[in-house]
Write a protein that binds this ligand. Structure first.
Ligand SMILES: [Zn+2]
Length: 435
């Protein structure tokens, strides 16, 4: 691993805070030209604040097992998973390059001190950079540099096939998509949510429907001040936080309108929204990425959580209602064998046939469902650079833990229960018959 670059070759001051999610925080390199770091983003893991001290103490006791150089810490699971699994399922041109980088505690501490004040207050209360790590992830910087970029979290792009749904959910689940039902529940619980956005519109490749999806995401983005995470906008590497005043959108509008147009301050919100959707539309109508994503989600989740739970209950009657309980986390070897089977021609075309009641089948279906969850939760970065064609990249394809299954099964029941008796939305799945 001697060719793994080290962050100590750069100053923490040359890394600019970009954004953060639940488990990691992202920076973009903005220092002097450097072959290993130009155009590169850095992704660091976070650790919860109360646990951090304990983690660091424990980590110090454990240090000897890494050897004197600490460089034997394995690469971040995101890198291992992307190389072994994701790159076999998604064409490389739609994925960021991911590489390991070494880092030390002093450097992380310095970076942490320097950027803490820029982080959202509610995040700072919960977590911070995990300074116990000795490795981090370098990725293609998809939002920095000239031009602008949009991050869309598309979510579930398919309606389940009826074959494995239970009697009591079939009618509901084949009419309204999972995202729209979940949005209804969240909204009823007072959470801010992309209400009105239907992923099946975004995935449809129909001009009118894709426009509607983008307009809805935009309206929610404005109304929520960018706090709902289905849409984020970056201009020259800076995350844009909109208000109802069009002037807050000036950095974006400067890229959307030709210089001879009236000044940005005279543009209305609607005019900026129309220019925004028109700029993104050709890319979303052309790209094969959305269909790839929808097909992966649909074929990996071909039983629905209903069918998976039924198979589980037959083979694990002692834990019938605890999906996945006691099952070991998949190793990279397990994932490699899983992808071999998934990609083998006609190995499991069980979309309508009942799954076999065997241990092999159960394990295969559990892993398939976990992997479908990674694709349901990923983001797309649409990058628009002056004078260049727009590009789309699929990011945040992290491996999900098997212990999440029981929560997802429970959430599914809550979502369905909250949707009973509601005037249902009719969500149209354009790709249902083409898989
Ligand atoms: Zn929908």
């Amino acid at each position: 691993m001697t060719d793994t670059p080290h962050l100590a070759d750069t100053s923490p001051q040359h890394w600019k805070y970009i954004s953060e999610g639940g488990s990691s925080i992202v920076f973009s390199y903005s220092g002097p030209p450097h072959p290993a770091f130009n155009g590169i983003a850095l992704r660091l893991r976070k650790a919860p604040v109360p646990e951090l001290r304990r983690h660091e103490d424990t980590e110090q006791h454990q240090q000897p097992q890494f050897g004197e150089g600490e460089e034997h810490e394995p690469d971040d699971p995101t890198i291992v998973f992307q190389h072994a699994v994701i790159e076999r399922l998604v064409p490389r041109q739609f994925l960021p390059r991911l590489d390991a980088v070494r880092v030390d505690r002093v450097w992380l501490q310095e970076l942490s001190d320097q950027i803490e004040a820029q982080r959202p207050a509610q995040r700072r209360m919960k977590d911070r950079i995990d300074r116990g790590r000795r490795k981090a992830v370098l990725a293609t910087d998809l939002v920095g540099g000239s031009g602008w970029a949009v991050e869309i979290k598309p979510k579930w792009g398919f309606l389940p096939a009826p074959a494995h749904l239970s009697e009591e959910t079939r009618e509901i689940k084949t009419r309204t998509c999972r995202f729209c039902m979940h949005a209804h529940l969240k909204s009823a619980q007072g959470e801010s949510v992309a209400l009105g956005y239907c992923p099946l519109d975004l995935f449809s490749r129909d001009r009118q429907r894709v426009t509607r999806a983008l307009c809805t995401l935009w309206d929610v983005w404005i109304a929520s001040g960018a706090t709902v995470n289905n849409l984020r906008v970056f201009v020259e590497g800076q995350k844009l936080t909109p208000t109802a005043d069009p002037i807050s959108l000036a950095p974006l509008a400067a890229h959307l309108f030709p210089p001879e147009d009236p000044p940005v301050r005279t543009q209305t919100l609607d005019a900026i929204r129309d220019a925004f959707t028109s700029a993104l539309l050709p890319l979303l109508l052309d790209t094969p990425v959305l269909q790839t994503l929808s097909t992966l989600q649909r074929t990996l989740d071909s039983l629905d959580v209903d069918g998976l739970s039924a198979l589980w209950a037959r083979l694990r009657p002692e834990h019938a209602t605890k999906l996945g309980k006691g099952e070991p986390e998949p190793t990279i070897g397990d994932w490699t064998r899983f992808v071999d089977t998934y990609l083998a021609p006609h190995a499991r075309d069980g979309d309508t046939a009942s799954p076999e009641e065997t241990e092999d089948e159960l394990r295969y279906r559990l892993l398939a469902y976990l992997l479908s969850a990674s694709f349901k939760d990923c983001s797309l970065i649409l990058r628009m650079r002056p004078g260049q064609a727009g590009t789309i990249t699929m990011i945040d394809l992290d491996v999900k833990g098997i212990d999440r299954l029981v929560k997802w099964a429970k959430l599914d029941r809550e979502i369905i229960d909250a949707y009973r008796g509601v005037a249902p939305r009719n969500c149209v799945d354009s790709w249902a018959s083409s898989v």
